[in-house]
Design a protein around this ligand. Structure first.
Ligand code: DC
Length: 217
């Protein structure tokens, strides 16, 4: 049987940093489910589907073949055979992912893919609904969070390092708005699973958080 670690939490809590680190230490596969929603969003943008057109999103999402692979330990997302890693980290794609991920047809398709991956391999999977919906039987479930200000500061630093001009207050406001959207949507809202362990990373280093998760195994 495969061993599954589920990490959920709001945007900017450090899920992917932690999940990658743990996967590397344990020799597990890291599955970034947000990247799959982003690849789907990229497809919809390219096809000219409007974020507000639920019927079109339901119909057209069936045409997108999304799969993942690994090169040098890095997850590659393929959209109809094309490596789209270089195209999914934009603001535009993030916004479309946020708008299209509540769609039940999009979720059904991607959740099935995620469950298939976890059934055959030891994985560390991060997202919003992994412990509650995708992998309800995961051996370890973590709900990773941090103060909105701390999350905004991390994002600010990241953007500044890339040379992007930005303002801390605006970033924090966006983070709070995205939390609200993710937590109040009807299907698979972001919430802590009853059997998940809460870790607040506001005043912890990456290694401290990774140690805490591994200690739960
Ligand atoms: O974690 P991220 O920013 O890459 O996620 C992109 C979007 O996808 C975000 O709006 C939340 C959504 N998402 C989701 O609904 N379910 C998941 N398991 C992962 C991400």
């Amino acid at each position: 049987m495969s061993y599954n670690i589920a990490i959920d939490g709001p945007a900017g809590a450090g899920k992917s940093t932690i999940a990658k680190k743990i996967a590397k230490r344990l020799g597990y596969i890291y599955v970034d489910t947000g990247a799959m929603y982003r690849a789907m969003a990229l497809y919809l943008i390219r096809e000219g589907v409007a974020a507000s057109d639920a019927a079109q999103i339901s119909a057209r999402c069936r045409e997108a073949d999304i799969s993942i692979g690994y090169e040098n330990g890095e997850q590659i997302v393929y959209l109809n055979g094309e490596n789209v890693n270089g195209h999914i980290r934009t603001e535009e794609v993030g916004n479309m992912a946020s708008a299209s991920s509540p769609n039940p047809d999009v979720r059904k398709k991607l959740v099935e893919l995620q469950q298939k991956l976890a059934a055959s391999k030891d994985v560390v999977m991060d997202g919003r609904d992994i412990g509650t919906c995708v992998l309800p039987d995961a051996q370890v479930k973590v709900y990773l969070t941090a103060d909105s200000r701390v999350r905004a500061e991390r994002r600010y630093k990241e953007l500044r390092e890339k040379g992007v001009l930005c303002e801390l207050d605006t970033i924090e406001k966006d983070i709070i708005e995205r939390d609200r959207q993710d937590m109040t949507r009807e299907i698979s809202p972001l919430t802590q699973a009853a059997d998940a362990v809460l870790i607040d990373s506001s005043r912890m280093t990456v290694d401290e958080v990774a140690d805490a998760v591994i200690a739960l195994m």
